[in-house]
Design a protein around this ligand. Structure first.
Ligand code: PMP
Length: 419
């Protein structure tokens, strides 16, 4: 029997997990002779057939470089590429499609802000606030620039349950704060951060906020205007799309005032040896060179798929899976969950007494279950909690309650083997 969750806010077909699983060919495969149970969705989500089909369709029918082309194939490719920009605008509720810049992913989107806005605005004595929950991609780019320029990075601490310490955040904000860079949802613990409230507080001090939405975009409604985000980044491959493409949203006036960070074709208005170079308007100013055309078009298809299911329904379903898994693992002797904040997305991070996370990951793979083990690119967070690795199960729209049960059964077997 399919499990059903009815999406409360939109009139759509009921959430039918068994039906939507059929959109994902990879879910039919076996691993070590066992049906695949894929619980590594926070690292990358699987891809529906409609998204996979974009690649053969694009390369067999209308492969051409975009913009400036005067032939039919170039027109078709440009229209499909720019169509995704409009879809992303709707997905994020941006004011204008020109505020959507295509990047290689969240990492590149953050680096764009660091290298363009950061270089232009930051000076010695300034402060950038990041949080203890950050992925390395929202730490290291700031460290690289700080080493050159000499501004200070301050870290918002977390509470014992993995929620951000909001009192400490308030105390850290000051006239010196130029920008706050935080994730919307933590990939390591699943904590959902109160980004709207954080944005309002940052703005009181005249600071900007950059939100890393890599783990939020696949699971909940993102409304950049309601959040009042200055910058918002996400990756295609975590939202049922392909690798190699992501998005940076920025407020229009900010983007217009920022210098380009990479030079080349596509991003210029005119180039002259004598008179110098003038730059294209946004978004093209930030999209030097030939972009990942098929990937961008495929991202549009992925967002279409998400829309057809309903992001609210997806988040509600993953919440059920998380609750079920959390209850079940809580009965396992010696297992400790890291990240028990009241507001969480579908991420379950844990360690087990007497069992190394890596051993659990390797052995559970033999039973067909894919989870992630390691530091999840959040070494400072794990070090703060006194561990160097955790096991992490993370859920997507296509996971089932039965899969969670199999995962728990497999986990119990594996723990029995290694202890
Ligand atoms: N931020 C968060 C919270 C993430 O989970 C990830 C991916 N694990 C990234 C940033 C980096 O995303 P990408 O590798 O797609 O650039």
């Amino acid at each position: 029997m399919p499990h059903t969750v009815t999406e409360p806010t939109r009139v759509k077909a009921p959430f039918d997990v068994m039906r939507l699983r059929q959109d994902f060919p990879i879910l039919a495969r076996e691993v070590h002779g066992k049906p695949l149970i894929y619980l590594d969705n926070a690292a990358t989500s699987q891809t529906p057939q409609s998204v996979i089909d974009v690649f053969s369709d694009y390369y067999s029918r209308y492969n051409a470089n975009i913009h400036r082309g005067l032939h039919t194939l170039a027109d078709e490719a440009t229209a499909a590429f720019e169509g995704t920009r409009h879809r992303v605008k709707e997905f994020l509720n941006a004011e204008d499609a020109r505020q959507v810049i295509f990047t290689r992913g969240t990492t590149e989107a953050i680096n764009l802000v660091v290298q363009s806005w950061g270089r232009q605005h930051l000076a010695s004595g300034d402060e950038v606030l990041i949080s203890m929950l950050e992925h390395h991609s929202n730490i290291v780019p700031w460290q690289l620039l700080a080493a050159e320029i000499g501004f200070t990075i301050k870290v918002i601490p977390v509470e014992a349950n993995g929620a951000l310490d909001m009192a400490a955040y308030r105390a850290l904000l000051s006239e010196r704060t130029q920008l706050v860079a935080v994730n919307h949802v933590s990939n390591a613990f699943g904590t959902i951060n109160p980004v709207q409230e954080m944005a309002a507080l940052a703005h009181q001090y005249g600071a900007l906020i950059l939100i890393d939405g890599a783990q939020a975009a696949p699971h909940q409604v993102v409304d950049v205007q309601a959040i009042d985000a200055d910058f918002y980044a996400f990756s295609g491959h975590k939202v049922y799309g392909p690798t190699g493409v992501g998005v940076l949203y920025g407020k229009q006036a900010l983007l217009e005032a920022m210098p380009p960070w990479q030079g080349g074709g596509e991003m210029i208005q005119s180039v002259s040896f004598d008179a110098g170079t003038t730059f294209a308007a946004i978004p093209h100013k930030f999209e030097a060179g030939t972009p990942a055309i098929a990937e961008v078009i495929a991202l549009g298809k992925a967002l279409e798929w998400v829309e057809s299911v309903g992001i609210t329904a997806i988040g509600a379903w993953e919440g059920r899976l998380l609750d079920h898994a959390t209850q079940a693992v809580s009965c396992i002797d010696g297992l400790r969950i890291l990240g028990t904040a009241p507001q969480k997305a579908g991420v379950l991070s844990f360690v087990v007494d007497g069992a190394h996370s890596q051993d659990i990951g390797l052995l559970i793979d033999q039973l067909g279950v894919a989870i992630r083990t390691g530091h999840h690119c959040a070494q400072p967070l794990l070090a703060h909690f006194g561990v160097d690795a955790t096991c992490r199960a993370s859920f997507a729209a296509y996971n089932t309650l039965e899969e969670v049960d199999h995962f728990i059964e497999a986990l119990n077997r594996v723990i029995g083997m290694v202890r």
